[in-house]
Design a protein. Structure first.
Length: 89
């Protein structure tokens, strides 16, 4: 249950960022949506597109995490791990 609530919030933020990017990029159409029409609720349309195309968020994939500086005296050390994807039911 907690994952569903968090996923909804993460999806809302991701769609908000994407809608702002699309509007600011000068793109005229996305997936058949006329972006230039200000009356179009772009976020709502993008939610439908993502739902239809099974859009996934970052936490649902394996990711590489690394620390840029291991210590102040060792600039060539790499500290990294692969973060496993979360189990999504």
């Amino acid at each position: 249950m907690v994952e569903n609530q968090v996923r909804d919030e993460l999806m809302r933020k991701e769609i908000h960022r994407l809608a702002a990017f699309v509007r600011g990029s000068g793109t005229k159409r996305v997936e058949g949506i006329n972006v230039e029409d200000e009356s179009v609720d772009l976020r709502l349309k993008l939610e439908r597109v993502f739902s239809a195309k099974d859009f996934r968020l970052h936490y649902e994939f394996r990711r590489l995490a690394y620390r840029e500086v291991g210590s102040s005296t060792n600039e060539r050390t790499l500290i990294a791990t692969v973060v496993p994807r979360e189990n999504v039911a």
